[in-house]
Write a protein that binds this ligand. Structure first.
Ligand code: G3I
Length: 460
């Protein structure tokens, strides 16, 4: 029976529901990769430090464990004050939580750190120890802590920051009581406790050549000559835009590698005087790229760890007043496209992540149509690794004209519609969805779009 109503009225009454399920399957050759996947393709890892309070931030944790990072380092929870707060009373809950997170998300752990001058408990710093007593305390700590994590961690920063800037040994509890021999003692104790962990000495301002780097070089050479177990040297790489780049980094890494040890970038960040501007960010992106290239060019550079991935949890503002914006993800957990792409490109990727990277996605599109206009309701579901920051694009075939959108920033150019996340819905864990909508006016037909892209990847 013919309808007594015209087609427009039918639409008005029925509110046409058009659902487009477009499951995006990216061809393998075109699949963009996470930073860790790109590093892995070169036999290396790309990691991020973390800290326990952050793990309860679900949006943060979704990105940390979402595939961008193949390794993590606990920023605080394996340090002496955390693991042996009272003499011979060990506390592993916080460190275990990081290891458990890493296990659950297929990440390695660079454990940090057994012997340092900082973050020592009062009982240790206030004691007036003889050399014999302190040696025993040191060996007991390492036997317990490295023993507890035996088989659970990829590496240990056994000794952290032993040198002053001029290459002399740092005057601290360890050196002042035990002389430089504490380093060999610690390395031997670590080897005994966890024979399979890679044992590192780690320091900052050693990335380029200079007195401090030379001191580290001579130490490692001497340890190797004595048969002391040492597997790697960590270069923290806490860089700053305003202090320039250590241009001989690659050659410096190589000379350490030539001693027969692995090298790693262990705590990379690139801070700047705030506020950030485009020139500083451009320099920062170059520094990130150049560190990455230096590591990629040295066969024994095993990987790169950034000192957390987001400005939300960076140590920088709390330590360097007026400085910050040091990491590739901003305080809202959105990628900084130019910085992220600079790293990805240096890792051999296409660098077209645009801050989002590729994603497998599902788009549900429906309309509520009243004849001369309609509401478009779109639900985007991320079926790939976690993304932070997204751009959805699609096109209309007719004359649909955007009037107002919500839950995203909507724009239209001719027939092409672009929606970027609203900030609060920019982070999408695997399986997470967000719903957005907009009103359009139109005349003629209102055909549903048939193709969508998310972060540049075409949904078919
Ligand atoms: O745990 C206490 C908390 O109870 C208290 O309320 C709060 C108040 O300030 O302090 C908390 O301790 C802080 C701790 O981080 C845990 O968040 C300390 O104040 C703070 O000084 C400490 O900073 C850490 C710093 O090492 C200490 O030297 C940073 O998070 C950590 O990222 C940083 O990491 C070091 C590496 O180990 C070695 N290389 C340099 C790097 C950056 O400084």
């Amino acid at each position: 029976m013919p309808s007594r109503r015209g087609p427009v009225a039918v639409l008005a009454l029925l509110a046409v529901l058009v659902t487009v399920l477009a499951t995006l399957t990216t061809p393998a050759a075109a699949a963009a990769s996470t930073l860790n996947q790109l590093a892995q393709a070169q036999g290396k890892y790309f990691g991020s430090a973390t800290d326990n309070p952050e793990l309860s931030d679900s949006a943060y944790a979704a990105i940390l464990g979402g595939g961008e990072f193949g390794s993590t380092t606990p920023g605080n929870s394996m340090k002496w004050d955390a693991t042996e707060p009272q003499q011979n009373q060990f506390s592993y809950a916080q460190g275990d939580a990081v290891v458990d997170f890493a296990d659950a998300h297929d990440m390695m752990v660079r454990a940090h750190t057994l012997v340092w001058h900082n973050q020592l408990p009062n009982w240790l710093t206030s004691g007036n120890w003889s050399a014999t007593q302190l040696t025993s305390i040191l060996q007991n700590h390492i036997a317990n802590v490295a023993g507890h994590y035996k088989g659970e961690v990829y590496s240990w920063d056994v000794v952290n920051e032993p040198f002053n800037e001029d290459g002399t040994y740092r005057s601290d509890l360890w050196y002042n009581t035990l002389g430089s021999g504490y380093i060999a003692t610690a390395l031997r104790a670590a080897r005994a406790a966890d024979p399979n962990a890679k044992l590192y000495i780690n320091d900052y301002n050693t990335e380029g050549s200079g007195a401090k780097s030379d001191a580290m070089y001579n130490l490692v050479k001497s340890l190797k000559a004595q048969g002391v177990p040492i597997d790697g040297v960590g270069f923290q790489a806490h860089l700053a835009v305003q202090y320039g780049f250590p241009s001989d980094m690659q050659a410096n890494l190589q000379r350490f590698a030539d001693l027969g040890v692995d090298v790693a970038i262990t705590e990379l960040d690139v801070r700047m005087e705030l506020p950030a501007d485009s020139a500083k960010v451009a320099t920062q992106a170059t520094y990130y790229a150049d560190v990455t290239k230096a590591c990629m060019a040295v066969a024994r550079c095993v990987g790169i760890t950034i000192w957390d991935y987001t400005d939300k949890y960076s140590w920088v503002p709390g330590t360097f007043s007026g400085q910050g914006s040091a990491l590739p993800w901003d305080e809202n957990l959105n990628k900084k496209p130019s910085v992220y792409d600079a790293i990805a490109t240096a890792l051999g990727g296409s660098g077209d992540g645009g801050g989002g990277g590729t994603a497998n996605c599902e788009v549900a599109y429906s309309t509520n149509d009243w004849g001369s206009g309609f509401t478009a309701n779109i639900t985007v579901t991320n079926q790939g690794p976690a993304i932070s920051g997204w751009t959805l694009k699609y096109s209309y075939a007719g004359d649909q004209r955007l009037s107002q959108g919500w839950s995203g920033t909507w724009s239209q150019s001719g027939k092409d519609v672009t929606v970027t996340d609203a900030g609060w819905n920019g982070t999408l864990a695997t399986g997470a969805s967000t719903s957005i909508g907009a009103n359009f006016a139109y005349s003629g037909s209102n055909t549903a779009p048939t193709a969508f892209t998310l972060n540049g990847t075409t949904c078919d």
